[in-house]
Design a protein around this ligand. Structure first.
Ligand code: SF4
Length: 695
């Protein structure tokens, strides 16, 4: 059947946190055409290479279509009963903290909500964490420390209104390409200047006016220098500072910090500070180079300090903007999908907040103590404390730091369930039970992008085989564990309404995430929901936060934090002389489950490589295209050498996408040690130390 006559359906791209809108037209043969949605406020019709190749990735060739127990194809009834029984058995024998869920920013908000409710409201543990821990946990911690809530103050429209955009630890051109296109368009139209703060010279530097190639991990010292200059030049906003506390202490600490650790010249520092201080409308975009660090939370607060000190927040063209890696990292934060959060930006450590959630869910209790964050969770799996583990839409055997140890831990876990769209992942191969879930194009629900815009993902393809929605699978396990009433959902719209109603209670006690005006949304209105930026209340839709100086700490004031530079956890030395930075490629996504299905995406950079500086190549006797062996205390890898001055001497860069399936010798997270930020628990994925030899 020719699908040309079928209407287009609005949905959202499943990759990065830009959250682009797409228009899908099924072709009637199991595939579809995809184009950018000209009416979506994130992209106005633009798509990057990954988004425009979506139609190439929806085939069924590697799909998991049937539940499996120990490799045997089964039915849902037998499989879900086994899952419910095994989790119930572990809880009754070893307590609720003996089980854990490790979920993903790929989940839709409705899926996430049910997973979090099951673990925190009914199992009675906070042992649910997400691969967003590897992505933006430091931003969450920084926001909460400064603002009292995990609030993104600004909007994407600020990019068109800014006169200076600073990219910190963000290769926006590759990792959030449509936002980079918006920044470049602003540069053409209004002369917006661009500064890139990154140890590497990335594609984002092509459009930059200034590139500060600082030493890895020294961002706090750079922004402390900026804060000191703001103070000494009298560029602070005394009126706005009345809405804050901590200015004096932050200034004192900043003045005492050692900017020489950045390795930047006085000329570069002066040029940056002059540009920043002299430009009223500044947006600072930050991403994994900031977050994936043992001082990630402090880096975030060092940036926020500068915006708060100058009142450059919550106004058109001004503010900090954390860009999330995944399509629904923000939705996961909204439902409390991290081990130290509650739903609707309520705080686990606050008894009133816990009681609000407990009463709303009619559950017997909500745990007081945070659960295990990702790194600690897999350590607990490895040492036998976790008896039953459910991994949903993520591949920790590849993507977690110390991936070899994580792989071994999962293999040893007494009972592991994996929900995914394929059985061909390093993690799925270790599972006792495999649950076939619906994929993008088949799923139905909502996601929230990096500027708080909630969009619908809609299904245009029938669920293949026995695949089911994640919320449906989770709810049925909840019912089979004895929580029939709490998980009696029939549609994602019901879950959305419940989440929106809870957000209204959160809003009443002074939280930022409030979409209560959608709590009574009809099924039809949910089906037709257009992109909307939260909050969505009877009095307010969208907009910016904090321009009015009202923050979410009890005293309504923001906090400037005194933060000092700290070096990365691992130190280079004679045994491990190189610092390894890891990151994304333009045309691949995570562990390639989907993007590897597209020939044109795979053609971009088809094999694993490591970038090294010509001086280091000469020292190590490495020629272009040689194979090199990298080794760390955690593992080894073999990659193709690309000799390039895009990296500084002593530094290396390798991508994080390759798996045991696609390139077993290049699982780069096997080399990354699991050092974490003490506040956020986020691992340091960009400053490992390694040895390098010609292979
Ligand atoms: Fe998808 Fe991100 Fe590309 Fe937009 S920029 S099309 S959301 S991958």
């Amino acid at each position: 059947m020719d699908g040309a006559g079928l209407p287009e359906t609005r949905s959202a791209c499943p990759y990065c946190g830009v959250g682009c809108g797409v228009l899908l037209r099924p072709d009637g043969q199991g595939g579809m055409d995809v184009r950018g949605d000209p009416d979506h406020p994130a992209n106005f019709g633009r798509l990057c290479s990954k988004g425009s190749a979506l139609a190439e990735t929806v085939g069924l060739s590697q799909r998991l279509l049937t539940p499996r127990i120990a490799g045997r194809e089964t039915g849902w009834d037998e499989t879900l009963q086994l899952v419910a029984d095994k989790f119930s058995e572990a809880i009754s024998q070893h307590g609720p903290d003996s089980v854990a869920f490790y979920v993903s920013g790929q989940l839709l908000t409705e899926d996430y909500y049910v997973a979090n409710k099951l673990m925190k409201g009914f199992i009675g543990s906070a042992n649910i964490d997400t691969n967003s821990r590897l992505c933006m946990a430091s931003s969450v911690a920084g926001h909460k420390r400064a603002f009292g809530t995990d609030t993104v103050p600004g909007t994407y429209e600020d990019l068109e209104e800014a006169d200076l955009v600073v990219l910190v630890g963000s290769n926006l051109a590759w990792c959030h390409p449509v936002l980079y296109q918006r920044v470049l368009a602003a540069k053409t139209q209004r002369g917006t200047r661009i500064v890139v703060v990154d140890p590497r010279r990335t594609a984002s530097c092509d459009g930059a006016d200034l590139h500060l190639a600082l030493r890895p991990g020294s961002d706090v010292a750079l922004f402390n220098r900026l804060l000191a200059e703001i103070y000494q030049g009298g560029a602070f906003d005394a009126d706005f500072l009345r809405n804050t506390t901590g200015f004096d202490a932050a200034i004192q600490t900043a003045m005492g910090d050692d900017v020489s650790v950045t390795g930047l010249s006085e000329q570069e520092l002066a040029a940056f500070c002059k540009l920043w201080v002299g430009t009223e409308k500044v947006v600072t975009i930050y991403s994994q180079g900031v977050n994936q660090s043992t001082s990630g939370s402090d880096k975030v607060n060092a940036i926020l300090n500068c915006h708060l000190a100058t009142g450059r927040i919550g106004k058109p063209g001004c503010g900090p903007l954390s860009v999330t890696g995944q399509p629904n990292a923000m939705g996961g934060r909204e439902v409390g999908g991290l081990a130290n959060m509650l739903a609707c930006h309520l705080d686990l450590e606050n008894p009133d907040h816990r009681n609000t959630v407990r009463d709303f869910w009619s559950s017997s209790s909500v745990p007081e103590a945070p659960g295990l964050k990702a790194v600690d969770m897999f350590r607990a799996v490895g040492d036998g404390r976790i008896k039953a583990l459910w991994i949903i839409h993520t591949n920790p055997a590849v993507s977690m730091p110390e991936a070899n140890a994580v792989q071994d831990a999962i293999a040893r876990c007494p009972f592991t369930v994996v929900s995914d769209i394929t059985a061909n992942t390093d993690t799925a191969r270790l599972a006792d039970v495999l649950l076939p879930a619906t994929a993008w194009g088949e799923k139905d629900g909502t996601v929230t992008n990096s500027d708080r815009t909630i969009s619908r993902q809609r299904s245009v393809l029938a669920a293949p085989g026995q695949a089911r929605a994640d919320w449906d699978i989770l709810a049925e396990v909840g019912r089979r564990m004895g929580f029939e009433d709490a998980f009696d959902y029939q549609t994602p719209a019901e879950i959305f309404r419940e989440h929106a109603a809870l957000s209204g209670m959160a809003g009443q006690i002074g939280r930022d995430f409030d979409i209560s005006a959608l709590a009574d949304i009809s099924d039809n209105a949910y089906a037709d929901l257009v992109p909307v930026r939260w909050p969505v209340t009877p009095n307010r839709i969208g907009g910016r936060f904090f321009g009015d100086g009202n923050f979410f700490h009890a005293d309504k004031k923001a906090r400037l934090l005194p933060v000092s530079w700290r070096p990365p956890a691992a130190k280079t030395g004679p045994r491990y002389p190189y610092r390894l930075n890891t990151g994304r490629l333009r045309d691949q996504w995570h562990t390639m489950t989907r993007t590897a299905l597209s020939p044109r995406l795979s053609a971009h950079l088809p094999e694993p490589f490591v970038d090294l500086h010509p001086d280091d190549a000469a020292t190590a006797g490495i020629e272009p295209a040689d194979l090199v062996r990298l080794s760390s205390r955690a593992g080894t890898g073999i990659l193709r050498a690309r000799i390039s001055d895009t990296v500084q001497p002593g530094q290396l860069f390798a991508s994080m996408h390759w798996t045991g399936e696609t390139a077993p010798s290049a699982r780069i997270d096997a080399l990354v040690e699991a050092a974490t930020d003490p506040v956020s628990g986020q691992p340091e994925s960009k400053a490992s130390v390694v040895a390098m030899t010609r292979y």
